[in-house]
Design a protein around this ligand. Structure first.
Ligand SMILES: Cc1cc2nc3c(=O)[nH]c(=O)nc-3n(C[C@H](O)[C@H](O)[C@H](O)COP(=O)(O)O)c2cc1C
Length: 330
């Protein structure tokens, strides 16, 4: 059994990665239903939180049904990060996760996200202070290093463990790589094989099939997989991987009925969460993903993403089911 502090997880847990504009509460709930063992919020700016910025505050919302859930924060200023931890605690998540992996320029140039990989002592100092500030388990998500020449992830992971983090998720790319090339899981396996490591080491990057997840488990010996892009528009991915682990067989792709049901429920949960106007608006970006690859779908997609009225969007879902109900997904 794998444990993050006192949170008990099954062998080789599957974690939903934090993803900006994707990992909202409805999507996390859908992934949880389909087998995600831990879910993370999208990253939340510590500066935004302490300035009481509505855009950041709303990201703290969590549903009971999605637990265990981690709230992820980013920043580089000790004081702001500490205050952000106090604010996050009030939402009562199961985990606080620190983002030391975001490669985006506007984050990195402030030394936040992956920017901190250029200053490991600061990374350790911030982490230690945050761990001391909260009773909640703190986890870290990071990358292999700043660039190819500065990969010190074995040492970094050990130092972060020594200051009290309870798990680490490592994306097998450097900051300089952004999302290019292939994720390299070998340095992550080196972290896992370090005899001093006691905490779970989760692998991240390019787990895009049940076979890839199995490879991460069996060939690289990691403690679990954090899954990002493969889950976008496909919350069923978690179930698929678990089915494959159990039976060695693939599940058929989700049917149109299942996709329409997911879209409907996603929209309804968003409306319940944010009200009709925002719920309708913010769920739009998810539809393309649920209905990817269907020929002659444009008119239906347009209806879904241009209607301001929830009733019209729900009606568009009904139409889709009627028109494309028999469509066979590859
Ligand atoms: C749309 C999108 C948004 C992301 N937002 C975040 C984020 O808020 N916090 C974070 O730590 N990583 C973020 N990531 C990185 C993912 O968590 C993950 O590390 C990366 O996508 C590699 O995993 P994958 O190959 O399974 O997608 C994001 C990735 C994508 C594609």
């Amino acid at each position: 059994m794998i444990k993050i502090a006192n949170i008990e997880l099954p062998d080789f847990p599957l974690l939903l990665a934090p993803m900006e504009d994707v990992s909202d509460p409805p999507f996390r709930a859908l992934c949880k239903e389909q087998g995600a063992d831990v879910v993370y919020t999208e990253f939340i700016s510590s500066e935004g939180l302490i300035r009481d910025a509505a855009k950041s505050i709303i990201k703290l919302d969590i549903y009971e049904k999605e637990r265990p859930v981690g709230i992820q924060i980013f920043g580089a200023e000790l004081d702001s990060m500490l205050q952000a931890v106090d604010i996050v605690e009030k939402s009562n998540p199961d985990i606080i996760d620190i983002n030391f992996g975001c490669p985006v320029k506007k984050v990195v140039c402030k030394n936040a996200g992956a920017g901190i990989l250029r200053d490991i002592p600061l990374m350790v100092k911030l982490t230690e202070a945050l761990v001391k500030r909260t009773k909640l388990p703190v986890t870290v998500k990071t990358r292999l290093g700043w660039d190819h020449n500065s990969i010190k992830i074995v040492e970094v992971a050990e130092r972060l463990q020594d200051v009290g983090i309870k798990a680490i998720s490592i994306h097998g790319r450097t900051r300089v790589q952004m999302y290019k090339g292939e994720a390299d899981w070998r340095p992550i396996a080196e972290v896992k094989n370090n005899p001093r490591m006691q905490i779970p080491v989760f692998g991240n990057g390019d787990v895009d099939s049940p076979e890839a997840a199995k490879k991460m488990r069996d060939a690289y010996g990691l403690d679990g997989a954090m899954i990002g892009r493969a889950s976008i528009g496909n919350p069923w991915f978690f179930k698929e991987v678990k089915h494959y682990f159990k039976t060695g067989k693939h599940l058929p792709p989700p049917t149109m009925e299942e996709r329409v049901d997911a879209a409907r429920r996603h929209l309804q949960m968003s409306i319940d969460w944010k009200g009709e106007k925002l719920g309708v608006f913010e769920t739009r970006r998810h539809y393309t993903n649920y209905f990817k690859g269907i020929p002659h779908f444009k008119d239906y997609r347009m209806k879904m993403v241009t209607s301001d009225d929830a009733v019209d969007v729900f009606a568009a879902f009904d139409e889709v089911l009627e028109k494309f109900g028999d469509y066979q997904f590859a």
